[in-house]
Design a protein around this ligand. Structure first.
Ligand code: UT7
Length: 363
């Protein structure tokens, strides 16, 4: 029987940090509101595109696995903010890595993209189609946001995380997945005028606006993540008490706490990064996984569950068993180009476009 062990991991968080207090200088919000409702303190704003963040995270994951770039025969890029739709962004990562042999696929299930991608990659390895696959979650949500909309813009950030999966005969890696979607709820979290349904007579970027029903999403997200976690654990014949780590999608600390409470899981077994990075959509799980590995909190053969939800409303969970190695084999000498702007300076031109568009629409 073939399995798909996680042998490498890496993240790439852009350096510019936007705090809640920074946000309160450009909109009617406060650190108190944001922190008490979400657990967020700050988020990162990227000066490069999502595909470049992805490349750096992927290079770091490949080094941690101790592999050469041409050992990789598959690259899966999970994102809802791809830099380009054609060509896809996984081909950008391949080119930047100098890889000549990988199949390249982009996948969009919104915040569940990494979860869907790691389940897909595991299945491709188990089917014998691929042997060594890089799975990435990367987003540049700052580009995508309406910075005049406080309901949405305070919730998100930029970043990327990646893992390497390798075929093995040992029963480790993702052992079960439950994936689903509440399509009837797709309008509760949506942007218009972006994609081939957009009105090409308009400047599509200026006209992106968000439909967002936070409370409805909150309820369905909690239910979907609990059901998916229970399903994935049941399929793997694992009791919830045996779980060493929950690495959930980081949309809101209160959603994570509600899921943990319903599952009867102590918060000290739940990994949290939402305080420092906010919601980076597809990147939250690989970034959080990498961070707790860097903190040496994962032990060999730990039992881990990763629940998520996102626009669609997609939901899911994967249960995985860690392998023997919890230390990286090597580090990649790869860095982002330096950033000479503050986070507020990076979003200023975007905010200007949003403001100008608001004036045009209301005129
Ligand atoms: O990963 C997928 C994407 N993430 C999500 O979909 C997030 C899911 N939803 C949530 O996390 C929560 O529902 C929110 C954090 C979005 C909102 O928390 P809440 O406790 O459900 O807040 P609420 O809806 O009860 O509060 C809304 C109030 C409104 O004021 P009124 O109408 O009650 O006077 C908003 O205008 O809070 C106001 N508000 C803000 N005030 C200050 C909304 N955003 C802000 C803000 N600063 N940034």
């Amino acid at each position: 029987m073939r399995y798909a062990e996680i042998t490498g991991w890496g993240k790439c968080m852009p350096p510019a940090t936007l705090t809640n207090d920074d946000l309160s200088t450009i909109m009617d919000t406060s650190d108190e509101w944001i922190f008490s409702r979400t657990g967020m303190k700050e988020r990162r704003i990227s000066h490069v595109n999502a595909d470049e963040l992805a490349y750096v995270a992927a290079a770091r994951a490949i080094a941690a696995a101790g592999l050469e770039v041409n050992d990789i025969d598959g690259i899966l890029f999970g994102s809802m903010t791809p830099t380009t739709l054609m060509p896809n962004c996984s081909s950008y990562v391949q080119k930047r890595l100098g890889n000549k042999v990988a199949a390249c696929m982009d996948l969009n299930s919104a915040c569940c993209s990494f979860l869907y991608a790691i389940s897909t990659a595991t299945s491709l390895i188990q089917a014998g189609v691929m042997n060594k696959v890089v799975v990435i979650g990367a987003e540049k949500l700052s580009w995508f946001l309406d910075w005049t909309n406080r309901n949405v813009s305070v919730l998100f950030g930029d970043g990327a995380g990646a893992v390497v999966l390798e075929a093995t005969s040992e029963p480790v890696g993702v052992l079960s997945s439950k994936l689903g979607c509440y399509g009837d709820m797709r309008d509760t979290l949506a942007t218009d005028n972006f994609g081939s349904g957009a009105n090409r007579g308009l400047d599509s970027y200026a006209h992106i606006s968000w439909e967002f029903d936070g409370q409805e999403i909150f309820k369905r997200a909690t239910r979907g993540m609990v059901l998916a976690t229970q399903g994935a654990l049941a399929d793997a014949n694992v009791d919830v008490e045996e779980v060493d780590w929950v690495i959930p999608h980081q949309a809101n600390r209160r959603i994570i706490e509600a899921v943990a409470k319903r599952m009867n899981i102590d918060m000290d077994r739940v990994a949290i990064t939402v305080d420092r990075y906010a919601n980076t959509s597809a990147a939250t799980i690989p970034v959080t996984l990498t961070e707790i590995l860097e903190q040496k909190r994962i032990q060999p053969y730990d039992k881990i569950v990763m629940p998520a939800f996102g626009a669609g409303l997609t939901w899911g969970a994967a249960y995985l068993r860690w392998g023997a190695r919890v230390e990286p084999i090597a580090e990649a000498a790869v860095e982002l180009p330096p950033c000479d702007k503050t986070a507020l300076e990076l979003i200023e031109p975007l905010l200007e476009i949003n403001r100008r568009h608001k004036v045009v629409v209301s005129a």
